[in-house]
Design a protein around this ligand. Structure first.
Ligand SMILES: [Zn+2]
Length: 309
């Protein structure tokens, strides 16, 4: 899988792992992790497409044995991995593609560091960018701005909507878009080439919740809700996450939307860097009498920097 694909998709995944979903309880997180069983045959994640193993051919001899072993043992699989999934030999790694058919992909290692084939990528790492100019330090850098969520008429559905009294509602998707537009001006002044992953309050995905009702029903049944209800009773319905409506909506605004954004980044925009913008949100207390909070958990998530090393 191309690294920038991983990068952009992980950006999306982070979005739902973040602690910015005050209205959604822990149970839904688990429920959403398990729908994998729906596609147990291919063990593919929600709305995922079948892996195209042939793409890996482009990565032959781009990595040495030592670096591969280091990355898999010390970065990606620090708790170990099943030995039949990846078998590391002296000159190759044998990767299981299909257990029943005993099908494997063989990755050939580069023999030494200076004998590596170049890694094919559509973005440029910092070290190969032209030297920064004093007045235009970001000259030529391609930056994609991804304003998180949708806002507008979708804000309530995506549970990114907050209102105190009769004041205008605060919608995270609108805030992120406004900030992205302000940021674009400043980044361009510094020389960057800026593109928008989203530049309106409309989704990138062409799908809508109704397209996912059948999948939502299957997911719920597989996860122990044998006769899922069609609809949510009211916003405080304690079992709303077990309804076809709630599940089909999240399949639309989170899973489908994030996958389409990742595809846009990887197959069309090709930025060197993607900035995914979000605002943190805290619980608002009693939904009938919401209150503001001073808590601020500003954090920057830099993908790929999860470990101390
Ligand atoms: Zn957010």
């Amino acid at each position: 899988m191309p690294w920038n694909h991983l990068r952009a998709f992980a950006g999306g995944i982070l979005d739902f792992a973040r602690n910015d979903r005050p209205l959604i309880r822990h149970s839904s997180f688990l429920l959403l992790l398990f729908p994998l069983v729906v596609h147990a045959a291919g063990n593919i994640s929600i709305l995922g497409s079948k892996p195209r193993w042939s793409v890996l051919e482009n990565y032959q001899e781009t990595i040495t044995h030592d670096e591969f072993a280091h990355l898999i043992n010390d970065v990606y699989c620090t708790h170990g991995f099943a030995p039949d999934l990846v078998e590391i030999n002296e000159k190759t790694a044998r990767i299981l593609v299909n257990r029943d058919a005993r099908k494997f992909f063989t990755l050939r290692f580069a023999e030494k560091d200076d004998g590596r084939e170049p890694v094919p990528r559509l973005w440029r790492p910092a070290k190969i960018l032209p030297p920064a100019k004093l007045e235009k330090p970001l000259f030529g850098l391609k930056i994609g701005l991804d304003p998180g969520h949708l806002g507008g008429k979708w804000a309530k559905m995506e549970e990114r909507w907050f209102q105190v009294g009769n004041s205008p509602p605060i919608q995270e998707g609108d805030l992120t878009l406004r900030v992205a537009r302000l940021l674009a001006l400043r980044l361009r002044e510094l020389g960057a080439k800026v593109s928008f992953v989203r530049n309106s309050n409309e989704p990138i995905t062409g799908k809508r919740p109704n397209d996912f009702r059948e999948l939502a029903r299957k997911i719920l049944i597989k996860n122990g809700v044998p006769q899922p209800r069609a609809d949510v009773l009211d916003p405080n319905d304690p079992e709303k996450e077990q309804t076809i409506r709630w599940q089909s909506e999240i399949l639309f605004y989170r899973y489908s939307e994030i996958r389409r954004r990742a595809a846009l980044v990887n197959f069309k925009l090709h930025p060197d860097l993607v900035l995914c913008l979000h605002f943190n949100a805290e619980g608002w207390g009693d939904p009938n009498n919401p209150t503001l909070t001073d808590a601020n958990h500003l954090h920057l998530l830099v993908n790929g920097s999860y470990l101390a090393e």
